[in-house]
Design a protein around this ligand. Structure first.
Ligand code: UD1
Ligand code: UDP
Length: 367
């Protein structure tokens, strides 16, 4: 039997984390030829993940430019992706999530009439401005996808509400939990914080927060550090200059705040395990931290990941200074509140999502 060519795209750090387990599974299938296409929308942060999971990119577009704008990234990607599809002629293209890489991969496949499978399908806030531009990217990807691999029943419902055919939706869980369970079992020697204080782990990079929202976040982080001598803040700073420059300007030099480069996934998972609580606007961290039993305060007004909020292990605190500071303080001061949020639930997956996705494709090809 001729092998089916499955082209898996990865552009940014979270896509690589979430596609790594799926690539690993596909590479073991005798009916499939798995080819990896790195757009390298992120360069350094993508390579950190590819190195960790020993993934070799068969095609690397090396597209990233410093402080890239969305329109020029989109236009360069769509042109280059079309050239790759012309040469590779895959039977299926798989992309994950809601980045510009995903939007352009879906569109490039549509123009060439190549079936497109969307991993982590159906997440919605219902607000095109939040997260920006990711909500639009997801909506378009769903409109163009042949297979929708939804992490949860609620994401499936979002797709059904938009008129997606139920027969093309598969609730698989989120592959991020596959990656997390793999790495969480082998990261303990990598813990980045060596002190005795309670560790607060911070990440922040969302475009819709740039400007006033992000300045509030930075002021709040400093206020928490100033008011709590028994805590230490570890903040691996996203390399986007819109994040890196103000973060160093406002927080650099504080004795209880460590600003560092983005951590590789192994030490980052170790840091999540070490953390007393996590303050973030990341999507992936909202999915991972509850599975590790860590309370998460999300610095966004809305989330497309409502499940952990419903379990009350994730709380939305927006980008308001007072709301962030008082929510952190409550978790630091109130053991009952802390225990309630540190229960450890995993609404996004059981570690078996990649296998379910492979099974769907295998059945499709009658393999
Ligand atoms: C992108 C995604 C966002 C995702 C985030 C994960 C889009 C529109 N946004 O946002 O959904 O949550 O990745 O982190 O696709 N940079 C580096 N080195 C790197 C990575 C980034 O220097 O390894 C800098 C570059 O200056 C680059 C800038 O960050 O131009 C922005 O990168 P980009 O991928 O456009 O946007 P993100 O904010 O990272
Ligand atoms: N992560 C990492 N190192 C860091 C910060 C985050 O490996 O310094 C991981 C994190 O565990 C998660 C993913 O990167 O798996 C999330 O990426 P990011 O927050 O950049 O993107 P989002 O999930 O918001 O799209």
């Amino acid at each position: 039997m001729n092998k089916r060519k499955i082209l898996v795209t990865v552009g940014t750090r979270p896509e690589a984390v979430k596609m790594a387990p799926l690539i690993g599974r596909l590479q073991k299938e005798d009916w499939a030829e798995c080819r990896v296409l790195a757009t390298a929308q992120h360069r350094g942060m993508l390579d950190q993940v590819l190195d960790l999971f020993k993934i070799h990119a068969d095609v690397d577009l090396d597209i990233m430019q410093p402080n890239q704008s969305l329109p020029e990234l989109t236009s360069r990607l769509i042109t280059r992706l079309d050239q790759v599809l012309d040469v590779e002629k895959p039977d299926v293209v798989l992309a994950q999530g809601d980045t510009t890489t995903v939007l352009t991969a879906a569109l490039a496949c549509f123009y060439r009439r190549i079936p497109f499978g969307h991993v982590e399908a159906g997440l919605r806030t219902g607000d095109l401005d939040n997260p920006f531009p990711e909500e639009m990217n997801r909506v378009v990807a769903s409109r163009l996808a042949r297979w929708h691999f939804a992490p949860t029943q609620s994401s499936r419902q979002n797709l059904l509400r938009e008129g997606v055919n139920d027969a093309s939706i598969f609730v698989t869980g989120n592959t991020v939990i596959d990656a997390l369970l793999d790495v969480a079992g082998r990261c303990d020697g990598e813990a980045p914080y060596q002190g005795e204080r309670r560790l607060i782990l911070v990440t922040s990079h969302r475009r819709e927060n740039f400007g006033e929202g992000f300045r509030n976040i930075l002021r709040a982080i400093k206020a928490v550090a100033d008011a709590n001598e028994d805590t230490h803040i570890l903040y691996p700073v996203h390399p986007n200059p819109n994040v890196r420059d103000p973060a160093h300007e406002h927080l650099g030099g504080h004795p209880r705040i460590t600003l560092c480069e983005p951590l590789s996934y192994l030490p980052f998972v170790a840091a999540m395990k070490q953390a007393y609580l996590i303050l973030t606007d990341s999507g992936g961290v909202q999915e991972e931290a509850p599975a590790l039993g860590k309370p998460v305060l999300v610095m966004r007004r809305e989330t497309e990941r409502p499940e952990a909020v419903e379990h009350e292990v994730v709380k939305l605190v927006g980008t308001d200074f007072d709301e962030i500071v008082s929510s952190v303080q409550r978790l630091l001061d109130d053991p009952a509140e802390y225990q309630r949020m540190a229960r450890g639930v995993s609404p996004y997956g059981d570690g078996l999502a990649s296998g379910r996705i492979v099974d769907v494709l295998k059945r499709h090809f009658g393999a």
